[in-house]
Design a protein around this ligand. Structure first.
Ligand code: GTB
Length: 217
């Protein structure tokens, strides 16, 4: 059986911090114990017909396995989780709840975090930035407050570690360095628990090696 092939940035703008969305796919594959290959793509190549045939929006990550080609990190992680053990519970109701947490991470928690992060990148020099940032911070805090309350002192969001936790941890990591997570110690500990998993470590080192190699070792 050939390894699935995923795509990742040839040169990640995060300088090896594992914030791009190939990280969640790598992590899921590591949790699943599935070997994989990586095809690195440049920003230019992502917008060319060959890549657009795989990903209509010209982005990474993509996932190819035999005849199957997927885009969208959530769909890819769920595909991996459905076919391998360790990422979704066997019990049907617990499984449905874990899938719910994948969606919560992607459609409820990630959007305000991405909006804030994009503003810090592209609006920093605009006249409205100083006024807008606290509004964006507040939206993020609102979600973190709710998530923190739900997590409480549990290790994971709903029983055993699942694809929902994998997705939520990768979403929350994008806030590192923003000075916001510090207000939610249980979320900080939650992220640290995710990052301490051997599968996470392997995925992180693999993506970091791409940056190190591009930077000349
Ligand atoms: N909804 C899609 C998914 O979940 O797969 C979103 C995919 C996506 O946004 N991909 C980004 C991309 O290809 C890379 S991850 N961008 C290129 C483009 O759109 O032209 C986003 C990302 C990029 C960089 C950092 N960083 O430097 O910290 C973090 C996250």
């Amino acid at each position: 059986m050939n390894n699935p092939v995923i795509t990742a940035f040839e040169r990640s703008p995060d300088r090896g911090r594992g914030l791009a969305r190939d990280m969640r796919v790598r992590w899921a594959l590591e949790e699943a114990g599935r070997a994989y290959d990586v095809r690195l793509v440049s920003f230019e190549a992502m917008k060319q017909p060959a890549h657009l045939a795989l990903h209509p929006f010209g982005q990474i990550p993509t996932y190819q396995e035999g005849e199957l080609a997927l885009f969208e990190s959530g769909a890819i992680v769920l595909h991996i989780a459905e076919r391998h053990g360790g990422l979704l519970p066997d019990d049907a109701s617990a499984r449905a709840r874990a899938v719910g947490w994948v969606f919560a991470a992607l459609s409820t928690v990630e959007p305000p975090i991405v909006e804030r992060s994009m503003a810090t990148l592209v609006e920093r020099d605009r006249s409205w930035y100083e006024e807008r940032l606290p509004i964006l911070d507040e939206r993020v805090r609102g979600r973190l407050e709710q998530l923190s309350r739900r997590l409480g002192d549990a290790d994971w969001l709903d029983g055993a570690f699942s694809a929902g936790d994998l997705m939520m941890v990768t979403v929350l990591r994008r806030l590192e360095g923003a000075g916001i997570l510090e207000g939610y110690p249980n979320l900080g500990a939650y992220i640290a628990r995710g990052e301490a998993r051997p599968a996470y470590r392997r995925a992180f080192e693999a993506q970091r090696a791409v940056f190190t190699a591009a930077a000349g070792g």
